[in-house]
Ligand binder design. Structure first.
Ligand code: GCU
Length: 425
């Protein structure tokens, strides 16, 4: 008896060690082990009828899909109205760039004595009227996005990153410009665009707490965390982007019909959700967003629902945890999230070495979303064959797979600018 227990224990240990695990489960990186699956029908209404016109999509199918996403994945945003004020607190010519104006705006949020705030940093071409603008979150504070000494440091909680000089969860002078390679500011300005960025932790610190950031301002009496079908962090971050857009719409220098939302990775998941909720965003760009972003859940390649819910339990609503290892029961898949952007242009990227994000799954989402673009007479991704690296497709659904790692590079920005020029001019 004793021996057989030992053998059983050793066998279990051997199996566990011979499989790469994350969130206690196996992660697949082999195309051969991608299961056969059937995607939920994009163009079939809940009553079984087929969507055959723009009107059917806009009036019926789109709201059906949006509701499923709110209920099962990202959560419903609360209906409560809070007080939001914006104050331009700094303005000047940026010495870090040529031909560039800088503005910094403090957004203040308040409800029933609870307060929170965020800093929006804006760069604009010097001589400009009706400027189209990219808006996107940064990961470590506005001051990390470039070497401009005038950028105000956030007072929000930041994850420690000693190699960036971030300790004790605080922004430091040492971290100025540490992420500048991700923001091609000069190129954006020289191409006639503006750039607005905000630290996502100003809206909701990226940790498994619901007593900080914006959430508590929306709680009902006695509430301590969002309900099972309510928003979590991605929902809050998406709300923050719409709030930034509310401010941008008051700035006369900008073209309010040409605001492009861009996000990378967890913030690329966020840009897609923000674009789905808020159709004022004229173009939606999602860079290397992977699981819970542009990649198909049902492929179970790289990061899975179980892995993401184990590592980041606060990103999606509680209902989403019901789908750990049960991808096939989800009433949506991510081609639907891309379709929710239609008919607006949407641009998805992958990086060739970013297997965790499932590049092929990101591409196939675009391909399967295309039927909705066709309803509007637009061109999506028309070929299911995975494109070569560094060969951008710039249809109404755009896509490229950049050679290299999980990141945002100058190459990516070059394509975003080209895409925006094609589709907004
Ligand atoms: C982790 C996470 C991804 C996410 C990424 C990021 O790798 O598993 O889902 O996209 O972080 O945001 O950088």
């Amino acid at each position: 008896m004793q021996i057989s227990i030992q053998i059983f224990f050793l066998l279990t240990l051997f199996i566990a060690m011979s499989h790469p695990v994350n969130g206690q489960h196996e992660i697949n990186y082999s195309e051969e082990d991608v299961p056969a699956f059937q995607l939920p029908q994009l163009l079939q209404l809940e009553n079984g009828k087929t969507v055959s016109s723009e009107e059917d999509w806009i009036r019926t199918r789109r709201p059906e899909i949006l509701k499923m996403y709110k209920e099962h994945v990202y959560g419903h945003n609360p209906e409560v109205q809070i007080e939001i004020t914006a104050q331009l607190i700094e303005e000047g010519i940026s010495k870090a760039f040529t031909n560039t104006r800088r503005k910094q705006v403090r957004l203040k949020f308040e409800n029933q004595g609870r307060k929170s705030e965020a800093l929006l940093l804006i760069f604009l071409p010097l001589q400009s009227k009706s400027v189209p603008i990219f808006v996107g979150y940064n990961f470590y504070g506005n001051h990390t996005t470039c070497d401009d000494n005038e950028i105000i440091l956030t007072s929000a909680w930041i994850p420690n990153k000693p190699e960036f000089g971030i300790r004790e969860n605080k922004a430091t002078e040492e971290s100025r410009g540490v992420r500048s390679h991700r923001w091609s500011v000069q190129k954006i300005i020289d191409s006639g665009f503006g750039l607005a960025t905000m630290y996502y932790g100003d809206i909701d610190p990226d940790r498994n707490h619901f007593d900080d950031g914006i959430h508590p301002l929306f709680y009902k009496k006695g509430q301590e965390k969002p309900g099972d079908n309510e928003w979590a962090s991605i929902g809050a971050w998406a709300w923050g982007l719409s709030t930034a857009l509310d401010y941008l719409e008051t700035d006369e220098a900008l073209d309010h019909d040409r605001v492009i939302v861009m996000g990378h990775s967890r913030l690329g998941k966020t840009s897609l959700w923000a674009g789905a909720l808020d159709e004022r965003f004229a173009i939606v760009i999602s860079n290397n967003s992977g699981c819970g972003g542009s990649a198909l859940f049902r492929r179970k390649y790289g990061e899975t629902i179980r892995a993401i819910n184990s590592n980041f339990p606060h990103w999606f609503n509680s209902n989403f945890k019901k789908f750990n290892d049960r991808e096939d029961l989800l009433p949506i898949d991510q081609h639907m999230l891309i379709a929710l952007q239609a008919p607006r242009p949407v641009y998805i990227t992958s990086a060739s070495e970013d297997l965790w994000a499932d590049p092929r799954g990101e591409y196939l989402s675009c391909y399967h979303a295309s039927d909705v673009y066709h309803l509007f007479g637009r061109k999506g991704i028309e070929n299911s064959v995975f494109p070569e690296v560094n060969t951008p497709i710039q249809n109404d659904i755009g896509y490229h797979r950049r050679k290299g790692k999980h990141d945002v590079t100058d190459y990516d920005w070059q394509q975003f600018i080209a895409f925006a020029k094609i589709h907004l001019d």
